[in-house]
Design a protein around this ligand. Structure first.
Ligand SMILES: N[C@@H](CCC(=O)N[C@@H](CS)C(=O)NCC(=O)O)C(=O)O
Length: 209
């Protein structure tokens, strides 16, 4: 399989980390969505990453559907998102909230750095959406003393939250005071110290329009 996209994208990174944790080998093409859009376009006309090119050449897009595919390539006990039941819904809910923060962080970056005229209203809206969702996640995480979000085993919720927080803080330094979110900070720090998180990582490179 071929994974397209740079690991400074939280969406690409969560796919890369998941593939390592699943022992699924992949070739990595760290193409930039702006500088190398022409290389990405044949696989994804949206020129967004991640893209996962399967061995039969089918190109999957969007980290949610890519992870759904990968989860079915491993035995159920190894999958980071449970196959069924309330636990699946619970993991997906945290992933959706965290990934939503990632979407807003990307939109905010484009608004601030790629638009000639920045909309103060849109910037304020993104900031508030990010802050309020972090507050909700902090509240739920701080009520839970388990080492990972859903107990003693890592789930996709943990992977996604850590990837999103790193991207948020690198793309928008100073936007969020992580001291205000100690439980999230602790979880992310623990995960970022793991070998797989250190290997599958890349410092944020600002896109240029
Ligand atoms: N919902 C998508 C979001 C992917 C996304 O926003 N990727 C960004 C990089 S972090 C991108 O490709 N941006 C280029 C663009 O939107 O033009 C996912 O989960 O994969």
């Amino acid at each position: 399989m071929i994974l397209i996209g740079q690991f400074d994208s939280p969406f690409v990174r969560r796919v890369g980390i998941t593939m390592r944790l699943y022992d699924l080998p992949f070739e990595h093409k760290p193409w930039s969505t702006f500088g190398e859009a022409d290389k990405i376009r044949p696989y994804n006309p949206l020129t967004r990453v991640p893209v996962l090119v399967l061995d039969d050449s089918v190109a999957l897009v969007d980290s949610h559907s890519i992870l759904d595919h990968l989860d079915r390539l491993v035995p159920p006990e190894k999958a980071l998102t449970p196959r069924k039941g309330p636990q699946r819904t619970a993991v997906q809910r945290i992933c959706a909230l965290a990934a939503g923060i990632g979407d807003k962080a990307v939109s905010l970056f484009y608004e601030l750095h790629l638009h000639d005229q920045v909309s103060d209203m849109y910037v304020a809206r993104c900031r508030s959406q990010i802050g309020e969702t972090l507050t909700l996640l902090e509240r739920e995480r701080s009520a839970n003393p388990a080492p990972y979000w859903f107990g003693r085993e890592m789930s996709q919720a943990d992977v996604t939250v850590a990837c999103i927080l790193r991207h948020l803080n690198e793309a928008h330094p100073g936007l969020v005071d992580m001291k205000t979110f100690p439980a999230l900070k602790k979880l992310a720090s623990a995960l970022e110290s793991l070998e797989v998180f250190r290997e599958i990582s890349q410092a944020f490179i600002p896109p240029r329009g």
